[in-house]
Structure formats: C-alpha cells, structure tokens
Design a protein around this ligand. Structure first.
Ligand code: SF4
Length: 692
C-alpha cells in the first residue's frame, strides 16, 4: 500500500555534481522525483551528502530545458525546431561538407566530465572512427590535465593513489590549493573527523580557507604563499627533507629511481626556505616546521585541487608533490599518498575513457602501434598515430581558418574557458557549432545545431569519482528529449558513414572493458553485485584496487623528476598591480548552469570580488560597492566583499554566473605541458565602478 504523498519507488544512483561521487536513493512518486536521500551503503559517502546533491536537482525539470532539436543557418537566425532525423542529418551533412572543403582535420569534438563513461567513450570513438582524426578533447583540459600528466610521469598512473576512507589513517594531512569544505563537502567531513581526532593539518593556500581555523580544528601551519609560487614552496619543503636527513632511504632505494639527481637539485642553496621566502612570501621557519611535520609523520597524505593544476607550472607542481611523497615513503599504504580532489563528477572517468587527443582509454598513446591495432581491429577503421588538437589549439585553428566544425558535448566553453573574448571569436569563425546540452547555454549563442541532452536522472551508465570508484548511474526516468545521449552520438557517426550502435549502455561498458586493461573486470552486473568498484579491476585485482602502488608503482619504479621553479609570465604591473585567483562556493557548481536553476541560487545570486581591507581602502572601496575588475584581456563589474581571508595584493572571485564571471578577465596563459589554463593567476586592477 502506498501512502498518499509518499514515494512509491526508489532508484539508487550517483550525484552528478562533484568528484566525491555520492550515492543517493532517488525517491519518486509516480514519475515525479520527490527527494534525494543519501544512500547509507554508498562507497564514497556512506550515507552523507551536501546541499548540492541533496537539494539541487530541480534543474532537471526546469522550464528552461529544451527538449526538441533545433537548427539554424546562421547564428543570427532564429532557431527552428526540427525532428531528430533532420537534426542528425544536418550535423552529418555539414560536418562532411566542411571536411570535403577544408580537409579531414578541420572538425572535432569536446566531450564532458559531466557525462557518463559510456557517453564519453562513444564521443571519442565517433571522432577517431567517423571523423577520422584525433581532434577530441575533454573539459578536464581546463582542470586536471596536469594531474594526468604529472602522476603518469612519476608513478605511471594518471589517478589518485588512495580511496577516501584512507584519510582516517593519516597522521598529517597536507591540503594544497584545495578548498574541500566548499568544493568537496562530503570528503571534507571525513577529513575534519580525522583532524578532530588529532591528525595535524598543513594548509598551503594564498587564501585563509575555512579549514585553516574551524570548530575544533586549527591548522598547525598555514603556508600562505603568493599565487604562482607553488613549485618554489614544494622544492623548499623537499630541500628541508633532503638536507636534514628526513628521507625514507629504504623506500627510495627499493622502490624509486632518479633520486640522486633530484636530491642534488633540491639541496641547492637557492631552494632553501630562506632563499625562497622573498619569492613565496612564506616565512622560512614556518616552512621548515611544516616540512619536518610532514616528513616525521608515520603517515602523511597530500590532498590537492585546482590551486595546484591551474598554473603555468601545474604539471611541475604535481610532480613536485609526487617527489615529496616518494622521498618520505608516503605511498602504497593507507593514510598516505597524493590525492587529487576532482571538481566534476566524472573528471577521472572522462580522462580514463580516451578523450584526450593523444590517448586511447587507460592513457595509452595513439602512437603506440600495438594499442592502435587493438582499436583498429575492433572498430574496423584505420586510426591516426598523430595526436589531434587540444581545446585551445582548436580555438587558435578556428581563428586562422583551418578548424571549422565543432561538436560540444555538455560543456559551456563560452563561460568556462579563459579569455572569453578569444573563445567567442573562435566560435564565431566556425562554419558549424553543434551543442548537445540541457539548456541554451552561453556556447549555444554561437551554435547552428542544438541537440537536447539528458539530465543525470535520465542517464544510465557509470561515473568514476576522484578515488577511481566506478559508480552506477541508473535512470530514474526516460530521456525527456526521446533519445539517450549515447544514441545521439551513435546516430551522428552512422549518418557520417561509420555505423555505430549499441543495445544499451551496458554493452558500451562491455566494449570499454574489452579494450581497457584497468576496466577488464567491470560490468553492470559486477557493479550491481559489488555496489561500486575502484579500478584497476582485472584478473590481478578482481575486487578492485583501493590503494595504488602497494608493492611497486604502475610504471615499475617510482620516478623522481627535477622540478625547477619558473616564474609565470603573468606578472603584476603598475597598471595591473593585484593578482586575481578564482574558485567556487558551497552552494554553486562550476558555470552554474544547474545550480542557478535551483533554490541554491538564493544563497549566491551573483559572483562577488573578495579583497583585503587595505586594498579596498587604497581604492576608496567599501563593502558592497560595485567595482570594476580589469585585466589585459577584459573587464567586468562585480560587487566588492572585504574579506580577511585575502592577503593584501590578492583578490578572489568565482565563475558561477555568466557575463560577470571571472573568465571575462582570465588570460590564455597555460600549463607548459598540458595547456591547462592559468586560472589562478591573473594580473588585474580593481576600482570603483562609475555609476551608470
Ligand atoms: Fe554531490 Fe559532491 Fe555534494 Fe557528494 S559532496 S552530494 S558528490 S556535490
């Protein structure tokens, strides 16, 4: 008997917001979702949740959603609703026409870390097999691509080393460039529990984030470095470890290579805390104490976020942290490791699924003949051995006229990418922009075809969270547009002459498992049995792998890499004397496309600019004033918030709202290895906005 007004059924699925990957029971009354209840057996959350996953699901039924495909000849024309067949044929015909005129490399696609593994896999397959090039990239380009690069170089695997539970065994926790309280709240709760039990905390961040001082928690050290000096700080910590004899010699001798060269480098006088203090702003004695605390702990764990990766030396810093962890033997057991906190729900998965232009699934380079042969045999197509274009290369090529057609899947590049004026110019220059999304977002303003996507409640498949945990996403309702997202992609590929079809996403996952060594033991059936599983899951690890690199590293020996500090080119000047850094707040998520369409928007109705009282006073700014924020690429107007979290000279804002958001002013400066944008460092000026 179902009580009137009570849920009549429930479906266990996964939150579609951050990389913690909490499991929920979606409770329905008929076809209406009435509430999301955190699932007590969820592998990542064990019954906990945050304000986004629990309450911010109303966007899925928001009236802004577009449920019919739409086309238009020019971006100045009005949209025309069409049937699916016409929309798919339009995409296929126009993409092929571009290739006929401008060559096979003139089109490409961007996949999304908001989408399921299965959806990401078919997008990269469409590009490689149907488009016939490797011009596929993922929005992880602009967040954790340096993690992929740096951890692969040092450990041999582009993924975090631990599971979340492991933090309960840490004696010292070092949080670098991350604000888990706001961005990964459920994991932050686990971490805080451990800190309240007595673990010591080191925070490395220009801002005084909540974690530095919160109820019953006080960081032992807050290394409040100047933005862009991460690598100088990590090298100085390593200097103390090496010169004060704190290295775990047994671990290094048994498990690692390249130590001597690295140790000689970090021991140089210019890497000492005293020498780097003028550069980093971190007092030498404070840094020495923090280094000793980390090195002396039985178990010390590093957790980090985009404050590490979104720099011109993002990849260098990832390797610097890996070096430090190896030097102190902090790898291969519970309570240690180097752990990226991923922003989006499926950042790990979208990278695992081969959506970088140079890699197939499981991070295998497209130039590897043996790997390529596996895909060629299965897909029946000859594949290119040369990497394709990264997202910023696509924009540059669009402006110079050689890249003319782009399929954008579930990402709002016209709000999320840096230097939006450049992005807009690139999109305007293209002959065909296809947007597959829930809403007519900022990117859709430049689109010729709009394909309605499905919300997470309509999806069936898997997400992979920050601890490599593959979680089931189960559909609560049918796709409102009438088509699954993976089906749309398959139909475009088919219409372009490369037949692609699957009965269901379980069949796509089976194909992924067939071609991906780390996924060999993963299927819907297995996930239903185990609840979730952490890759690698294969013959050697049939139950999955909570802790990586236990007896040896994925690459065999862990590799020390010399990480010289190179100052960023983004320097302050008399015209732009302040440094802007960016981030998120608890109630909102990325570009806000979802959370702005829920009750959460009431908590954060606009992006604000946080600045120190001295910087405000010098400019005649008082709390709540409208101010202009300007950089060498653009300007925006925001409300000022005077904040003692900020050091003098550094200002901070979020990018949750279009038009005003931070990316109007962020520049195209990027990580040397991966082109991840340097969102965390922009030279800016702030002044009172002139009244209209
Ligand atoms: Fe969702 Fe992340 Fe919140 Fe969990 S912590 S409910 S995954 S937003």
């Amino acid at each position: 008997v179902v009580e009137l007004g009570m849920p009549s059924r429930s479906v266990i699925t996964t939150c579609a917001y951050c990389g913690v990957g909490c499991s929920f029971k979606a409770e329905l009354r008929g076809d209406e979702l009435v509430r999301m209840v955190p699932y007590k057996d969820g592998g990542a959350n064990e019954g906990h949740s945050c304000v986004k996953g629990r309450f911010a699901f109303g966007y899925a039924t928001h009236p802004d959603r577009r449920l019919k495909p739409m086309v238009r000849e020019k971006i100045t024309d009005p949209w025309r609703e069409v049937e699916w067949e016409e929309a798919i044929q339009t995409v296929a015909t126009r993409m092929r026409a571009i290739q006929d005129t401008h060559g096979p490399a003139s089109i490409g696609a961007i996949s999304s870390s908001r989408c399921t593994n299965e959806e990401v896999y078919v997008v990269q397959k469409m590009v490689r097999a149907a488009f016939g090039n490797n011009n596929v990239d993922t929005c992880a380009r602009v967040c954790h691509s340096p993690t992929g690069y740096g951890l692969k170089q040092t450990f041999g695997e582009s993924a975090g080393t631990q599971d979340f539970r492991s933090v309960a065994e840490a004696d010292v926790i070092m949080v670098i460039g991350a604000n888990p309280t706001d961005a990964h709240p459920v994991f932050a709760s686990r971490m805080k529990r451990r800190l309240r039990e007595g673990a010591e905390l080191i925070v490395v961040d220009p801002r005084r984030i909540d974690l530095v001082r919160s109820p019953h928690i006080e960081a032992a050290h807050h290394l409040q470095l100047k933005p862009s000096t991460n690598v100088a700080v990590i090298n100085s910590i390593a200097h103390v470890v090496v010169t004060e004899g704190l290295v775990d010699r047994g671990f290094v001798a048994d498990r690692c290579e390249g130590f001597e060269e690295w140790a000689d480098f970090v021991a140089r006088p210019e890497n000492s805390p005293e020498a780097t203090e003028p550069v980093t702003g971190v007092p030498a004695d404070e840094l020495r104490s923090a280094a000793r605390l980390y090195a002396a702990a039985p178990n010390a764990a590093i957790y980090y976020g985009l404050g590490v990766t979104e720099h011109s030396q993002g990849s260098t810093m990832v390797m610097g942290m890996a070096n430090l962890a190896m030097a102190c033997g902090n790898i291969g057991r519970e309570g240690v490791g180097v752990n990226p906190l991923r922003g989006q729900n499926n950042v790990q998965g979208s990278c695992d699924m081969g959506s970088f232009p140079h890699e197939f699934t499981a991070y295998r380079h497209v130039s590897d003949d043996a790997v390529r042969a596996v895909f060629e045999e299965l897909w029946g197509r000859e594949l290119l051995a040369e990497p394709g274009l990264r997202i910023p290369n696509m924009f540059d090529a669009a402006i110079d006229g050689s890249f003319r057609g782009l399929f954008v899947h579930g990402e709002d590049i016209a709000q999320s990418d840096p230097n939006l004026r450049h992005v807009s110019a690139a999109l305007e220059a293209m002959d065909l922009v296809v947007v597959q999304d829930l809403f007519l977002n900022e990117t859709a303003k430049f689109a010729h075809v709009f394909l309605p996507g499905a919300s997470f409640l309509e999806k069936d498949g898997t997400f992979t969270n920050a601890e490599r945990r593959v979680n089931r996403v189960r559909s609560v309702m049918k796709p409102k547009s009438g088509k699954h997202e993976w089906q749309i992609v398959c139909e475009i590929a088919t219409a372009m002459g490369y037949p692609m079809s699957y009965d269901d996403p379980g069949q796509i996952l089976d194909e992924i498992a067939q071609v991906t060594p780390t996924f060999q033991g993963i299927s819907f059936k297995r996930l239903d049995e185990l609840g979730s599983v952490q890759w690698p899951c294969n013959v050697e690890a049939p139950q999955g792998t909570p802790t990586m690199h236990v007896d040896e590293f994925t690459r065999g020996k862990g590799r020390f890499v010399v990480t010289a500090y190179v100052p960023t080119d983004e320097r302050t000047t008399s015209r732009f004397p302040l440094v802007l850094t960016t981030g998120r707040i608890l109630s909102q998520y990325n570009v806000g496309a979802q959370t702005r369409r829920t009750g959460n928007v009431a908590w954060h109705a606009e992006d604000v600019l946080e600045l120190h009282a001295l910087d405000a006073e010098n400019r005649g700014i008082t709390d709540g004033d409208l101010v202009t924020l300007a950089s060498r690429v653009g300007r925006t107007t925001l409300r000022a918030k005077i904040s003692d979290r900020m050091p003098p000279g550094v200002v901070y804002t979020t990018f949750h709202h279009p038009v005003t958001g931070a990316n109007v002013v962020t520049t195209e400066s990027s990580d040397w290895a991966t082109n991840c944008p340097e969102y965390k460092v922009t030279a800016v000026q702030v002044g009172l906005a002139h009244p209209l």
